[in-house]
Design a protein around this ligand. Structure first.
Ligand code: HEC
Ligand code: CU
Length: 499
C-alpha cells in the first residue's frame, strides 16, 4: 500500500501544534509504521461508518483485514430540544459519533481529521485500542489537520470511543463519543434488526427546554447536575416517526453505550424484557431475562429482545427523573398482528360493579388459560371445536360484563317491568338473527318476553362484529340457556341484509 499523503502533513501538524497544547501529553510522531509482510498482504477495506441509530452491516469475512477508518471531527450547531440549539462537537457530524464495526484481529489504519471550521483541537481515545491513551496521544489534531495511527484489534467487544482533550468532561459533554464494535472472529449470532443508541448528559446554561442557542455550563458539569440526559443527542431523537422500527417476531439487538461524561445509566425498555444481555459490552452474554441493565459512563451493553406483540416500547434511563424531566426517553415500535394470549390489550372498561368487574377479569384470565390450552391442543389433537366455543364464551362474558350487565344484570334476569330477562328468554331463543339485529340496532317498542310485556328502549351497542358474536354466544349459552355459537359471519350476514 502507498503511504497516505495525509500522514506527513498530520505529522507536521502535531509537531507544530505541540507547544500550544503541551498539556495534551506526548506528540511523539514516529513516522509510518513498517507493517510486517503478512500484515501488508492482508486485503485493504474501507470501513463503513453509520450515523445513529443505524449500525453497519455484520462482518461476513472469516479472515483479518487492514481496515481504513477516516473519521472527521466537526463542531456543528444542531437542535437539542424544540426551540433550543447547541454547538455539538461531533465525530462524523452526529451525536453519538459514527458507529465503527471491525473484526477481532483486524489491523486498523485510523485517520482523525479535524475540520478547518473547528475552533479547537481534538483527539480520540478508543477503548478498543491496546496502547497508551487508546490512541489519544497519537491523534491530537488541530483544526484543518489530520492524524493517523495504526492499531491491531486484539480484543472483541463493544467499546466506547471519546475525545480526551482537556478539559475532557467538556469535550465529552459536548457530544464527543461513539461506539466501535470489534466482532469476535466467529461473528455475532445473526438477528433481524440492529440499532445504535447512546446516552449522554448535557450541561447547559439555560434550564431544560430554554430556547435559543445554549452554551456549556462548566459549574453544572463539575457538580454533575445535567440539564439534559439524552439518547442520541437530542430530546425526541428516537420518538414518533424517528422511533426504532421493528416487526412482531423480529429479534432485535441494541448496541447501547453511555458517553457520560458522568452518569451511569439504568437502561430499561418499558414493556419488554431483554432476552440476553452482554453486560459491559463484553463478548459473553452474561444474563438472560433482564429487566434493567446498568451501563457505566464510558461503558456499553449489548441487549437482545424478541418483539412478541405489537406496540410502542419506551426506552428509558430508569432513574426516571432523567426520562421524564431531562429527555432520556426513546421509542421502539413493533408492528404486526396481535397475540392476545401474550398481551390482551385493555379488555374491560366498565363502570366498577364489584363482583361483576371481578368476574370479568377472572374470565379474562380464564380466556388466556383456554387459549394456551388450545395452542397445546392444536399440536396434539385437531378436535378443538368445543374449546373454541369456550373461548368465545369467555370473551363474550367480558363483553357482557362491560356492555350489557348494567341493564340485564350479571345474572341475566333483568329487572321487573324495565329490562327483560335474557336468562330463559323465549324471545331470545326464538330468533337468533333478530337477537343480532337488536344488539346492532337497539330495540324500542312493545315486546313480550316469557309472557310479560315490556315497552322500553335498548340503545344500539357500539361493538365490533366479533364482540357481537361473542356476547350473543355467551347469552345464549348461560344461565341455563343453550344454543349454537354465533359466528362473526352470522353477524356480517345480518348486517348486510339490513342495508
Ligand atoms: C341501557 C340498558 C340496556 C343495555 C345496556 C342492553 N340492553 Fe338489551 N334490552 C334493554 C331493554 C330496555 C330491552 C327491551 C326493549 C323494549 O322493550 O323495547 C332490551 C332487550 C334485549 C333483548 C330482547 C329481549 C330479550 O330479553 O330477549 C336482547 C336479546 C337484549 N336486550 C340483549 C342485550 C345484549 C346482548 C346487550 C349487551 C351487548 C344488551 N342487551 C344491552 C336494555 C338494555
Ligand atoms: Cu474534543
Amino acid at each position: 500500500m502507498k503511504t497516505s499523503r495525509v500522514f506527513p502533513a498530520a505529522f507536521l501538524a502535531l509537531v507544530l501544534a505541540a507547544p500550544a497544547f503541551a498539556a495534551e501529553g506526548p506528540t511523539d510522531a514516529k513516522g509510518p509504521v513498517l507493517l510486517p509482510p503478512d500484515v501488508q498482504a492482508l486485503p485493504v477495506e474501507q470501513a463503513i461508518l453509520t450515523a445513529p441509530p443505524q449500525v453497519p452491516p455484520p462482518i461476513k469475512r472469516k479472515h483479518a483485514a487492514r481496515v481504513v477508518v477516516n473519521l472527521e471531527v466537526r463542531e456543528v450547531v444542531m437542535r437539542i430540544a424544540d426551540g433550543a440549539e447547541y454547538t455539538f462537537w461531533t465525530y462524523g457530524g452526529s451525536v453519538p459519533g459514527s458507529f465503527i464495526r471491525i473484526r477481532e484481529g483486524d489491523v486498523v489504519e485510523f485517520t482523525l481529521n479535524n475540520h478547518p471550521s473547528s475552533k479547537l483541537p481534538h483527539n480520540i481515545d478508543l477503548h478498543a485500542v491496546t496502547g497508551p491513551g487508546g490512541g489519544a496521544a497519537s491523534t491530537f489534531t488541530a483544526p484543518g489537520h489530520g492524524s493517523k495511527f495504526t492499531f491491531k484489534a486484539l480484543n472483541p467487544g463493544l467499546y466506547v470511543y471519546h475525545c480526551a482533550t482537556a478539559p475532557v468532561p467538556m469535550h465529552i459533554g459536548n457530544g464527543m463519543y461513539g461506539l466501535i464494535l470489534v466482532e469476535p472472529k466467529d461473528g455475532l449470532p445473526p438477528v433481524d434488526k440492529e440499532f445504535y443508541v447512546m446516552q449522554g448528559e448535557f450541561y447547559t446554561q439555560g434550564g431544560f427546554g430554554a430556547s435559543g442557542l445554549q452554551t456549556f455550563d462548566m459549574a453544572k458539569s463539575i457538580d454533575e447536575h445535567p440539564t439534559y440526559v439524552l439518547f442520541n443527542g437530542s430530546v425526541g431523537a428516537l420518538v414518533g416517526d424517528k422511533a426504532l422500527d421493528t416487526k412482531v417476531g423480529d429479534h432485535v439487538r441494541v448496541y447501547f453505550g453511555v458517553g457520560g461524561p458522568n452518569l451511569t445509566s439504568s437502561f430499561h425498555v418499558i414493556g419488554e424484557i431483554f432476552d440476553k444481555v452482554w453486560t459491559e459490552g463484553g463478548m459473553k452474554y452474561a444474563q438472560e431475562h433482564v429487566q434493567t441493565t446498568m451501563v457505566p459512563s464510558g461503558g456499553s451493553a449489548i441487549v437482545e429482545l424478541k418483539m412478541a406483540v405489537p406496540g410502542t416500547y419506551v426506552l428509558v434511563d430508569h432513574s426516571l427523573s432523567r426520562a421524564f424531566n431531562k429527555g432520556a426517553l426513546g421509542m421502539l415500535k413493533a408492528s404486526g398482528p396481535e397475540d392476545r394470549v401474550v398481551y390482551s390489550g385493555k379488555e374491560i372498561d366498565a363502570v366498577y360493579f364489584g363482583a361483576a368487574a371481578e368476574e370479568g377479569s377472572a374470565s379474562a384470565r380464564r380466556e388466556a388459560e383456554l387459549k394456551a390450552k388450545i395452542a397445546a391442543e392444536i399440536k396434539s389433537n385437531p378436535a378443538i371445536a368445543s374449546l373454541t366455543k369456550e373461548v368465545q364464551l369467555e370473551r363474550g362474558k367480558q363483553v357482557y360484563m362491560s356492555s350489557c350487565f348494567a341493564c340485564h344484570l350479571p345474572d341475566g334476569k333483568g329487572m321487573a317491568n324495565v329490562f327483560p330477562p335474557l336468562a330463559g328468554s323465549d324471545y331470545l331463543k326464538a330468533d337468533r338473527d333478530r337477537a343480532i339485529r337488536i344488539v346492532l340496532k337497539g330495540l324500542t317498542g312493545p315486546v313480550t318476553v316469557n309472557g310479560v310485556n315490556y315497552n322500553s328502549a335498548m340503545p344500539p351497542q357500539p361493538l365490533t362484529d366479533e364482540q357481537v358474536a361473542d356476547v350473543l354466544t355467551y347469552v345464549t349459552n348461560s344461565w341455563g340457556n343453550e344454543g349454537p355459537a354465533t359466528t362473526v359471519d352470522d353477524v356480517r350476514r345480518v348486517k348486510n341484509e339490513t342495508h
